[in-house]
Design a protein around this ligand. Structure first.
Ligand code: ADP
Ligand code: MG
Length: 682
């Protein structure tokens, strides 16, 4: 019996060394190994007569006539060559630095040879092919061969060697989809699908296998969101009536009119609040689209009805900034605000906690600290979560406990998720979109900077600082790292020093990053806000929400190391005042895919468009936020496959018609519950 929980070290051929390497790929158990799907395949299934070969991937079946090795002193290589004949002709195979082949290749024997036929050094040869004896079962030749995500010292070939022996055992794996579903859809059994995924017997069967695995991934995700939706329906939240006068009083304080897009979103939210059924809504809007104002209006309405609102944000900087902006506004309507942070002076904290528990504070703003034990609410009616993807799991339940009943929930995100994706991942949420920016915004001029243009860019930046503007310099790291993935990446500390000692010695430079004590962060931010710092060297801690209208320049180091959405967020920190803004993207290396990503930023400032591009370039699993969140563990499913999505959705709905059905499938329930924890905020 195949035990998926068993550590890989129990497998033949896995010693301590291989075990460690597998660990680097996230493979610890046999189950992990089976779940380590190929990232692509080489089709070596067709045997071609040598005479008919064309450049590209080929498999030939023939006898090895000769094998020879020589040293190329000039190229510092050992070159091994073999001549293979199949009766229709002969072909050369070439290997570099694999001298052992000279003695190990079976001269005179019938073999299968799979590799790439190409011209190299004015010589047509199969380059570095794999050779296996013909006749028996093959692993690397004469079939569709899986190419796995690899790690240094652990090749696909070795991984195949570990996975292939498991294949016969996969037949024992139980079906995980309910029989009603497999029957209705004609999906192939899971065991067969997994076998096909690793060692396909044909491309069309591989496609069906993928569909089977993809179906299950989406099925679980959609089940989870449908179940959450159903559960929420059974709860009741306080009814918060819409008061037109209060809304007018609030908008009258703003000094600007809400855009139509804001108005529409606000209306959806306010209607939700007026119902007994708890709101569970996602407010999507690009950076600077004015989500906070809309959310504040909802908070005001809650306070007007005698309920408290908790506004949760991901960083202390942002909490303070929100408090500073919102407090004077709502104070004019007679409501009090309390600010609760992880670290704050004991007296201030005690006061804030008392105001929250006693009900004097109508709006409680804070970080994760809002979820911590000491905080009690008086009458919590609405919870607003800014940049929800930054939060982990377990929150809704905590808030419910604190409130005594489920409060209305509004999440806000500036990571615009394409609609198809949002429906799948956040199927339990209703979605409001603020699709346009307030009038008068000028797009940030964005430029990908070649290394040789660096000096010129520094000059441009200096000229603008001389005019009184301020700049962000964003680095991928806090300090130098010898982590292989980070080698060469610029760090905040080193870069600040370098700028100080070289081009910007005459400017005031500050640093900020997540590892600074909160009081220091606060102090640095305040100095930047009041203009005592010209250049703020930062990590992406500044990514979320920070609002300094005079900062009009952003220089990103190692832009290739950031995701598209992340860069868009960063760029959203500038372009907030009346001045022209400039974003310079420096890179450490520019792979074609990265070049596309950065070029997209030059071209467009529309976050939704960028999210779509990101989805196309990198696939849903990579989408910023989702990946961090772990919400989307889709390995096979292509979220843009609308047909499959629709089919899965229908199946899931049908399946759930029987209210008790989940109880009959405990293993399904367990997996759905895990997903529930991440698809919603609970
Ligand atoms: P978001 O949270 O969506 O990134 P904010 O709510 O912080 O955006 O708004 C960004 C800036 O735009 C704020 O300074 C805000 O006061 C301003 N703003 C919001 N709505 C409008 C509007 N309708 N007209 C003009 N300015 C607005
Ligand atoms: Mg915001």
């Amino acid at each position: 019996m195949l035990n998926l929980e068993q550590p890989v070290s129990r497998l033949k051929g896995v010693g301590a060394e291989v075990e460690r390497k597998l660990g680097r790929l996230g493979i610890e158990t046999v189950g992990d190994l089976i779940g380590h799907y190929p990232r692509r395949y080489d089709d070596f299934s067709k045997i071609t007569p040598i005479r008919a070969m064309k450049p590209g991937l080929v498999t030939v079946k023939g006898k090895i006539l000769t094998v020879g090795s020589r040293r190329s002193v000039r190229r510092k290589l050992t070159i091994t060559e073999a001549i293979i004949s199949d009766g229709t002709g002969t072909v050369k195979a070439v290997w570099f630095n694999q001298a052992y082949l000279k003695t190990s290749l079976p001269v005179g024997e019938e073999v299968l040879v799979s590799g790439r036929l190409e011209f190299k050094n004015s010589d047509l040869a199969i380059q570095g092919p794999v050779v296996e004896p013909a006749g028996g079962q093959t692993k690397d030749t004469g079939r569709i061969v899986p190419v796995y995500p690899e790690t240094e010292g652990l090749s696909s070939r070795q991984l195949r060697g570990l996975v292939l022996p498991l294949m016969p055992f996969l037949d024992e794996l139980p079906e995980t989809l309910p029989s009603a579903v497999t029957a209705a859809t004609g999906l192939i059994p899971r065991a067969a699908a997994l076998k096909e995924i690793h060692f396909p017997t044909s491309l069309s069967r591989l496609e069906r296998a993928r569909r089977r695995i993809a179906f299950e991934e989406l099925f679980l995700l959609i089940l989870a969101s449908l179940i959450i939706k159903r559960e929420i329906k059974t709860e009741t939240a306080p009814v918060i009536e819409f008061k037109a006068e209060l809304a007018r009083a609030f908008t009258g304080l703003l000094g600007f009119a809400l855009t139509d897009a804001q108005r529409a979103a606000a209306w959806q939210i306010l209607q939700d609040l007026a119902r007994e059924q708890p709101m569970n809504r996602l407010l999507e809007g690009d950076v600077g689209s004015g989500k906070t104002v809309v959310a504040t209006l909802a908070a005001v309405m809650a306070m007007g009805a005698g309920y408290q609102t908790a506004l949760m944000v991901p960083t202390e900087i942002l909490a303070r900034q929100h408090a500073a902006k919102i407090e004077p506004l709502v104070a004019k309507l007679g409501y009090r605000t309390a600010l609760i942070l992880g670290k704050q002076p004991a007296a201030a904290k005690r006061q804030a906690l008392e105001a929250a528990a006693g009900g004097q504070a109508g709006l409680i703003i804070g970080t994760h600290a809002l979820l911590a034990a000491p905080l009690a609410f008086h009458r919590l009616g609405l919870v607003i979560i800014d940049e929800q993807h930054r939060f982990g799991v377990g929150q809704r339940q905590t808030l419910k406990q604190k409130a005594g009943r489920l409060p209305h929930l509004l999440s806000m995100t500036a990571t615009p998720i394409p609609r198809s994706l949002a429906l799948t991942v956040y199927g339990d949420l209703d979605i409001s979109v603020i699709g346009s920016l307030p009038p008068g915004r000028r797009p940030v001029a964005t430029k990908v900077v070649k290394p040789k243009e660096r000096a010129g860019v520094y000059q441009e930046i200096d000229a603008r600082i001389a005019e009184g503007r301020q700049a962000f310099v964003v680095c991928p790291l806090v300090e130098e790292s010898d982590n292989p993935a980070a080698v060469g990446a610029k760090s905040v500390l080193a870069e600040a020093k370098r700028l100080e000692q070289t081009v910007f010695g005459h400017r005031r430079i500050g640093v900020i990053h997540g590892q600074l004590p909160s009081a220091d962060k606060q102090a640095v931010m305040e100095r930047f806000v009041v203009g005592q710092i010209d250049i703020l060297v930062a990590t992406s801690v500044i990514e979320v929400g920070i609002d300094v209208p005079n900062a009009t320049i952003m220089l990103v180091e190692g832009a290739d190391r950031f995701g598209l959405a992340s860069l868009h967020q960063l760029r959203g920190r500038i372009g907030r005042g009346g001045h022209d803004s400039y974003c310079y993207l420096f890179y450490d290396s520019l792979a074609p895919e990265v070049a596309k990503r950065l070029a997209a930023l030059e071209r467009t400032s529309d976050g939704f468009r960028l999210a779509q591009i990101d989805l196309e370039l990198r696939g849903p699993g990579q989408i910023y936020g989702l990946q961090q969140h772990g919400a989307l563990d889709l390995q096979m499913a292509d979220i843009s496959d609308a047909k499959l999505l629709a089919q899965v959705r229908t199946c899931a709905q049908q399946f759930l018609r029987d209210e008790e059905v989940m109880l009959k499938y405990p293993h399904l329930l367990e997996r759905v519950n895990k997903l529930k924890a991440v698809t919603s905020l609970d």
